[in-house]
Design a protein around this ligand. Structure first.
Ligand code: SGN
Ligand code: CA
Length: 541
């Protein structure tokens, strides 16, 4: 008897069964799912879809290959909590209750997760939240308290705080995948916010990546020793220079005993305690692995004890080794999540958004951190994959901003966008339609005085120019011609050659302040009280 047909039937039955098992599509196919990923402080300079000088991020790059990369994506206020509040509400900081990292998010506001929930979506958030109040508008949530920890992080849940074991980027991904696989209601479309703590300061890499960038010579940015010759005192007085304000202990992981032996002074003594506290979170096995890698680096530091410019260069290299190492784990874990979507055949009907809460300085102008309206901090990575509406390898060069996130998600989900959301849906840009798109961006940063001492400022950026006003305990204007001076080294405010441009930019700025209803540039008691509170918490008052 010919057994071939029988074997064939058996094989087909098995294949069908496996397919069924792997298939987790929604029963209601018409509504797309959404995965919204916000990392913390991920600079576009360290994402190879934008620039592969520093690192390869093959998994995140997939989203660009299979979707759209936004070359000119920006934030409205380059700092964590405000940026997250903007993403949720589609409104600028002066209207959404969170102007700086001290503010508590008012959860009675309308947010895109709440609107999706109302329209039948199931919503979940895992990872960084950083808005102080308890998450609202989510069916499932497990979030890091405040900034959270890299190793064995605690998580806040509806049932209280829980302890976890493992590295934060892995833990958050495990939670997100567990939600997709075991918790979610498959009869509903889902919206998952999957937010990483990484690569936030103080850049503690996972055990898998400890050695990755060690001893690799990282290219030094041209402006590492910038003297801010044409800039206002806002740059001079900011406390975020690698040379002067990056901690040898907490940031560069030199053991405090070594620093004391060599008489190195820390900008803030607090950092030494912070280093020890972070180190003590490692389990015994991890401590051994850690010392294997960082021990020789420490010994080397003890032998050579670099000073002056050599010390700045040494700190820059150490900074980048850890920062890039931390990103490796983000990339690997995003790969895991994307593979899960593939495996369960969810990729086609899911919009995946990858962005960061802001950009970051990787040594440009001598800095780390963000806050300024200068490009490295003002810009943020933005990649969107949604096969239904976006062709693979699409590039967009329009001026887009994080106020656009909420309207975009609602638009894709077919939910009405509230009139008072200030952003625009990016959906028309998905197939290149930028008719009537904005020609200028508005920005306003408030957290001053406070850590890093970046002065309050607001401004406007068009395709070619940028005008900034610093205010509060200073009064200064800066104007940049981004075409002639992409590194923003030459402030041309007051330069006769730019008289007309300057007047036009002032006009645009006034118009945008009216359009976005921002009049918040004067001193008020509420701010002064908060400034004092903030300074007290830092021990500076
Ligand atoms: C911490 C960091 C700062 C950082 C803020 C805000 N210092 O205070 O460098 O600017 O968070 O970051 S640390 O030594 O404690 O790491 S934000 O991304 O949450 O806005
Ligand atoms: Ca951040």
């Amino acid at each position: 008897m010919n057994r071939l047909p029988f074997i064939l039937i058996l094989f087909l039955c098995f294949a069908c069964k496996t397919d069924k098992k792997n298939e987790q599509k929604n029963t209601s196919n018409e509504k797309p799912n959404i995965v919204f990923i916000i990392t913390d402080d991920h600079a576009y300079q360290a994402l190879s879809a934008y620039d592969n000088t520093l690192i390869e991020t093959p998994h995140i790059d997939r989203l660009a290959r299979e979707g759209m990369l936004f070359k000119k994506a920006f934030v409205t206020n380059s700092i964590c909590s405000p940026s997250r509040a903007v993403a949720l509400t589609g409104k600028f900081s002066h209207l959404n209750s969170v102007r700086d990292n001290l503010d508590v998010f008012d959860t009675t506001q309308v947010t895109f997760p709440k609107l999706l929930q109302k329209e039948g979506y199931e919503t979940a958030i895992y990872g960084k939240w950083h808005l102080k109040s308890e998450p609202k508008g989510f069916d499932y949530w497990e979030v890091l308290p405040d900034q959270g920890h890299y190793y064995h992080p605690e998580l806040l849940t509806p049932k209280g705080e829980i302890k976890t074991k493992g590295y934060v980027t892995d833990v958050v991904t495990d939670k997100a995948i567990f939600y997709l696989d075991s918790l979610r209601d498959t009869s509903k479309p889902f919206m998952l916010m999957y937010n990483h703590k990484a690569p936030h300061r103080q850049w503690w890499p996972s055990m898998h990546d400890l050695e990755d960038f060690k001893f690799k010579k990282i290219p030094v940015p041209e402006t590492l020793f910038d003297e801010y010759k044409t800039k206002s005192k806002a740059s001079v007085e900011a406390e975020m220079r690698i040379a002067d304000h990056m901690a040898l202990s907490a940031d560069n992981k030199v053991a405090p005993e070594i620093l004391e032996k060599l008489n190195y002074e820390e900008f803030l003594d607090w950092y030494k305690g912070a280093y020890k506290e972070r180190f003590n979170r490692l389990n015994e096995d991890e401590k051994v692995q850690w010392q294997k890698v960082y021990g020789p680096i420490n010994e080397d530091f003890l032998r050579n004890s670099p000073k002056g410019q050599a010390l700045t260069l040494w700190k820059y290299q150490r900074y980048m080794e850890d920062y890039l190492g931390v990103i490796k784990s983000v990339d690997r874990n995003i790969g895991r999540l994307l593979e899960y979507l593939d495996e369960k055949q969810l990729a086609e009907n899911t919009m995946v958004v990858y962005t960061s809460d802001q950009g970051f300085f990787l040594g440009e102008h001598g800095w780390f951190d963000k806050r300024f309206m200068y490009e490295e901090s003002f810009r943020t990575p933005l990649l969107i994959r949604y096969p239904e509406l976006i062709a693979p390898s699409s590039l967009n060069g329009d001026l887009v901003q994080n106020i656009d996130f909420a309207p975009t998600v609602l638009d894709v989900a077919g939910v009405a966008i509230p009139e008072d959301m200030q952003g625009l849906s990016l959906v028309p840009l998905f197939d290149g339609d930028n008719t009537n798109w904005r020609d200028a961006l508005y920005y306003h940063y408030f957290e001053y005085p406070g850590i890093h001492m970046v002065k309050r400022h607001f401004g406007v950026r068009t395709e070619r120019y940028k005008l900034i006003r610093f205010y509060y305990d200073t009064e200064a204007w800066e104007l940049y011609d981004l075409k002639e001076d992409p590194q923003e080294l030459n402030n041309v405010y007051g330069n006769a050659d730019y008289k007309e441009v300057q007047a036009e930019m002032h006009k645009r700025l006034d118009e945008l302040r009216v359009q976005y209803e921002d009049a918040s540039d004067s001193l008020n008691q509420d701010w002064i009280d908060k400034d004092i509170k903030r300074l007290k918490s830092l021990g500076w008052y």
